[in-house]
Structures are given as structure tokens and as C-alpha cells.
Ligand binder design. Structure first.
Ligand code: PEP
Ligand code: MN
Length: 245
């Protein structure tokens, strides 16, 4: 379970979220210090200051830190602070960045591109693996389709497909896919039922004031309730349980 805000905004925001997510039973804290935004006028992240705040949150809670590198310059810094380096959907096919991440000795969360097939995603993962870094986590975060009811279309059928084609773990991010907080829990539950190895959700103490992706952020209490449900579903559909059938 990876939970946290879209972006690190203030010390209070990230420390409070980290503390509550630790209590809720999350394993890792997410939060971007470098943000790849569709508009150049949107909040771009706190940069190094955000990474320092994430390190404080890790110190206070023991949660692992998942944070994004957007280019080779930010990767230098992110590599020093993060426990898991996130490569965002827009960078899934930035092959030079993938090679660099492959030379880093840190796990990588590789998000599926907006119009990438599973084969494209696996080939991008291969760029990291081929450089000697075996720790790649795949992430489904929704793709572009003709549907308009949802920010993107969450392709949950990729979960069993990835599991049968690859040994790599696959995590599902329903927040970016559906784009609305009221629809996140149902798709998170479906992701675990489909066999996902993990779920990543966006959480904010005051979603209405978030500097990015507030519409899709759950409140901390909603996240805690969801995490408890996901653990219960995971226990029913786990591979251990499969082995017993
Ligand atoms: C994010 O995780 O906040 C993010 C920007 O995700 P994506 O690259 O999937 O859009
Ligand atoms: Mn986001």
C-alpha cells in the first residue's frame, strides 16, 4: 500500500499525511517533489525542499518514500533521497532516463504510458533490467480511450496479463485513472481482486486546497477505511490462498 499526496506542498501537509497513513497501515508514502504537469503554469513541485520534507516524514514514521524523477538532473537528487524512484507515465518511453535509473541501485516504480501497450511497458522495464537493476515495479495508472466518464480508463485486464507474461510485481494507481475521489475506492478494491501486488492512492488532509490533483485525493480517514478493506480482499485472493485451492 502506497499512499500520499500528489505533491509535497508543506511540512505540515506531508508530515500529517505520513503520520495518518502509517496509522492506517500503509507501507510507503508517495509524494512528488518534481511534478510533470500538463500545463507549465501549474505547480511544478518544491524540488529539493520537497525531498528533504519526505526524508523527515520517513524519519518520523518509518514509511518508505516513493517519489518521482522527471529528468536526469532530478534523478541525481531523487536517487539520494528516495527508497523507490517513480518514473511517470509521460516518461515511460524516455529511454535515456530509464537507462540511468537502471544504473541506480534503487527500486523503480514504472508507470504505464498514456497510450502504451503492455508490450511497450515491459520493453521499458527491460531498459532498467538490462542495466543491472532487477527491482522494477510495474504500475497501471489508466490509459487514454474514447471514454469520457473518467479521467483515463483503468485497464485492470493488464493485471493478470502482466502476471502471466512477467515476473515483475504490478501495482495499480486508481487515483490518476478515475480522477475523482468518489470513484477511487471501488477501483482500488477491484485492482486487489484482480491480483494486483499493490495499490497506490492519492491522499490529502484538505483535498480542496491541494496544489495538484485535489479532485482525486481521498481524505486520510477514507484512505484508512479503504486500506483495511484492501487488506481483507488481499487475504481472500492472495497467491497463498490460491495455493490452498
Ligand atoms: C503522479 O503519480 O502524481 C503522476 C504524475 O502520475 P502519472 O505519471 O501516472 O500521471
Ligand atoms: Mn497526481
Amino acid at each position: 500500500m502506497i499512499a500520499g499526496p500528489c505533491a509535497v506542498e508543506t511540512a505540515e501537509q506531508i508530515l500529517e499525511t505520513a503520520r495518518l497513513m502509517k496509522l492506517a497501515g500503509a507501507d510507503a508514502l508517495r509524494g512528488g517533489a518534481f511534478k510533470p504537469r500538463s500545463s507549465p503554469y501549474s505547480f511544478q513541485g518544491l524540488g529539493k525542499e520537497g525531498l528533504v520534507l519526505l526524508a523527515k516524514a520517513r524519519e518520523a514514521t518509518g514509511l518508505a518514500i516513493v517519489t518521482e524523477a522527471v529528468d536526469e538532473a532530478s534523478l541525481e537528487l531523487v536517487g539520494e533521497f528516495a527508497d523507490v524512484v517513480q518514473i511517470g507515465a509521460r516518461n515511460m518511453q524516455n529511454y535515456e532516463l530509464l537507462k540511468r535509473v537502471g544504473r541506480l541501485r534503487k527500486p523503480v516504480l514504472l508507470k504505464r504510458g498514456l497510450s502504451a501497450t503492455l508490450e511497450d511497458l515491459l520493453l521499458s522495464a527491460e531498459y532498467v533490467l538490462a542495466e543491472g537493476n532487477p527491482d522494477v515495479i510495474l504500475c497501471e495508472r489508466g490509459i487514454r480511450t474514447f471514454s469520457r466518464h473518467s479521467r483515463y480508463t483503468l485497464d485492470l485486464s493488464v493485471v493478470p496479463a502482466a502476471r502471466s507474461l512477467s515476473h515483475l510485481p504490478i501495482v495499480v494507481d486508481p487515483s490518476h485513472a478515475v480522477g475523482r475521489s468518489d470513484r477511487v475506492p471501488s477501483m482500488a478494491r477491484a485492482a486487489v481482486a484482480a491480483g494486483a501486488d499493490g495499490v497506490m492512492i492519492e491522499v490529502h488532509p484538505v483535498p480542496g486546497e491541494a496544489l495538484s490533483d485535489g479532485r482525486q485525493a481521498l481524505l486520510p480517514q477514507q484512505s484508512a477505511d479503504l486500506i483495511a478493506q484492501l487488506r481483507a480482499i488481499a487475504a481472500i485472493v492472495s497467491r497463498k490462498a490460491e495455493a490452498l485451492l
